[in-house]
Design a protein around this ligand. Structure first.
Ligand code: NAD
Ligand code: G6P
Ligand code: MN
Ligand code: MN
Length: 434
């Protein structure tokens, strides 16, 4: 049978992952699941681990969930390693969001200064994990969810020299699920085609007759934002811009296309002690979820988990793993090496693209060149990512400053440097490279 190891197993998202594996058990027979965490996460791991075992016990399948604080013990002979950890836990995310906001900058834990620092904390840990995998499970696939998912996947290939990795995100799958419903057509009738970067992709859609329905969907998406992940405030896109680009932007593009309004909303929540930043809101949701997980009668994923922005991530994770394991050639949107699919970026850059997934990994589908407006954004964002990754490996202060200056969500100047310095101090314990 297949052995799965999940690093960051104490995450409140784990029951969703279990549900995904239980649903697909007939096509993906697992024998062992190992949930790995660190001493700080021990209590979470035990609570969610027992919950995970109850879910399997309530299913027709005989699967044991092993809990471990010893990553190396767990990794031995793994077939798939999934990563969903948060270095520094939610306290670190609170700092990522609050420190920038205290200077009038958007925090944003994946795209803004927060995301840059999340990458700096995460990349060294992932590179260690890869070294362990080379020794203990050299044939395994690494399925990464840890954010910023695109940047860290790129760093795993570029600096870890590990090619059997796919970076995942739930944002594209939300479109794949919702758009057929929006057009009242059956699942599988539409052809979706994605390209860009994680939390910075665009897509186009064709119907069963090959007609482009992108415009029609964009018009509906401006009216109805129900497919937007719950962590993103809905400022509608400018219709004239959508009409011009002939692509559907991802939810996160709001941070760039309507930066003023997104910052205004984030500041309003930050300044209201009753609301707080998203991280503080999530802390409350997480508390409630763990209370539920402690209930020994609960043996299925609770409804409340869908309040988290990452809902549906297990559909992507489990589908990807099942497609590799049974050479299915399913269409999944993944962060993977470009190989020319997006000619506006280098062939060895990791991009987020539509790909067919089989036993060899991802076969990216050619998207073709973007128009100047999107190409400009994309090249800025990718090169910003490359600066962050290199700074994460080398601890080069000047290069990190370059990334801050390039990042479109950060207005350059003294305040930006101040935010960067404060974040370096706040996260010192998790930044061995600086
Ligand atoms: P969380 O704060 O609950 O952290 C998950 C677990 O990681 C915790 O139990 C923690 O103890 C553990 N951990 C921390 N450092 C670790 C280390 N060095 N080794 C092993 N475990 C470690 O986080 P969460 O809110 O459940 O999110 C988990 C991760 O998944 C985050 O990185 C988040 O950004 C990411 N995420 C990604 C997507 C996506 O679309 N790609 C969706 C949802 C969540
Ligand atoms: C999303 C993203 C994830 C992100 C999450 C945040 O939609 O795709 O990458 O981490 O939601 O959700 P949260 O509930 O933690 O704010
Ligand atoms: Mn994501
Ligand atoms: Mn909000």
């Amino acid at each position: 049978g297949i052995k799965i190891v999940t690093i960051g197993g104490g995450s409140s998202y784990t029951p969703e992952l279990m549900e995904g594996f239980i649903k697909r058990y007939e096509s993906l027979p697992l024998s062992e699941i190992w949930l790995v965490d660190i001493p700080e996460g021990k209590e979470k791991l035990e609570t969610v681990g027992k919950m995970a075992q109850r879910m399997w016990d309530a299913s027709p399948y005989d699967v044991t969930v092993h809990l471990s604080l010893d990553r190396r013990e767990a990794l031995k002979d793994a077939d798939f390693v999934t990563t969903q950890f948060r270095v520094g836990l939610l306290d670190a995310r609170i700092k990522d969001e609050r420190i920038p906001l205290s200077h009038g900058f958007l925090g944003q834990e994946t795209n803004g200064p927060g995301g840059i620092f999340k990458a700096l904390r995460t990349i060294p840990v992932l590179l260690d994990i890869v070294e362990d995998m080379k020794e203990l499970c050299p044939n395994a696939w690494l399925i990464n969810f840890t954010n910023p998912s695109g940047m860290v996947t790129d760093a795993i290939v570029r600096y870890g020299k590990w090619e059997k990795v796919l970076g995942l995100c739930n944002v594209p799958v939300n479109s794949l699920i919702n758009e057929p419903e929006m057009l009242n057509v059956g699942e599988g009738e539409l052809t979706h085609h994605f390209a860009g970067l994680n939390h910075f992709h665009w897509h186009r859609v064709k119907d069963a007759n090959g007609h482009d329905v992108t415009d029609q969907l964009n018009k509906q998406l401006v009216e109805d934002a129900s497919s937007l992940p719950s962590n993103i405030f809905d400022v509608p896109f400018f219709e004239e811009q959508l009409q011009q680009m002939q692509l559907i932007p991802c939810g996160y593009h709001r941070y760039y296309y309507r930066a003023e309004e997104m910052l205004e909303h984030a500041l309003k929540e930050y300044n209201d002690p009753e609301i707080g930043t998203r991280a503080e809101q999530v802390r409350q949701t997480e508390k409630e979820l763990f209370e539920l997980y402690k209930d020994e009668h609960l043996d299925h994923k609770p409804e409340q988990l869908s309040q988290r922005g990452g809902t549906h991530y297990s559909d992507v994770a489990c589908e990807t793993i099942a497609s590799i394991a049974s050479n299915k050639n399913t269409h999944v949107v993944v962060s993977t090496v470009n190989k020319g699919a997006v000619p506006d970026l280098a062939p060895d850059d990791v991009v987020e693209v539509s790909a067919y997934i089989n036993a060899t990994g991802a076969q990216p589908i050619a998207f073709g060149s973007l128009h100047p407006a999107e190409r400009g954004w994309l090249q800025v964002m990718k090169n910003m990512e490359l600066c962050v990754e290199e700074a994460a490996v080398t601890g080069d202060y000047g290069l990190l400053l370059q990334a801050f200056i390039i990042n479109p969500l950060i207005q350059s100047g003294e305040s930006a440097k101040q935010v960067m310095n404060e974040l370096l101090i706040a996260h010192k314990a998790y930044l061995p490279q600086f």
